[in-house]
Design a protein around this ligand. Structure first.
Ligand code: ZN
Length: 82
C-alpha cells in the first residue's frame, strides 16, 4: 500500500488560490503590487489535505453512476479476513 491515508487537493485557504502571500514581511512596501509566492501551496495555488471519510463518500456520490457503480462493485469483491 503506497499511502495509509487518502488526500484531496483543495484551493489554498491561505492565499485563496492566488499564490499571493500577504502576511508577515512577504509584502514589499515599496512595490505594493509585487508579492512573493505563497509558501503553503503548489504552482497552481492548491494544497493537499487528508480526506475525511465524509469527503470520500461525498466524492463517490457525485461521480457518474457508471463509474460509481464500478467502484462499489470492486469494493464489494474485497476478500474478507477470517
Ligand atoms: Zn497559497
Amino acid at each position: 500500500m503506497p499511502f495509509d491515508k487518502l488526500y484531496v487537493k483543495i484551493k489554498c485557504p491561505t492565499c485563496n488560490g492566488t499564490r499571493k502571500f500577504d502576511a508577515c514581511g512577504y509584502h514589499s512596501p515599496t512595490n505594493p503590487t509585487k508579492w512573493k509566492d505563497c509558501p503553503y501551496c503548489d504552482y497552481y495555488g492548491s494544497r493537499l489535505i487528508e480526506a475525511a471519510d465524509t469527503t470520500i463518500i461525498q466524492h463517490l456520490l457525485e461521480l457518474p453512476k457508471e463509474r460509481r457503480d464500478s467502484i462499489i462493485a470492486a469494493l464489494q469483491n474485497i476478500p474478507q479476513e477470517k
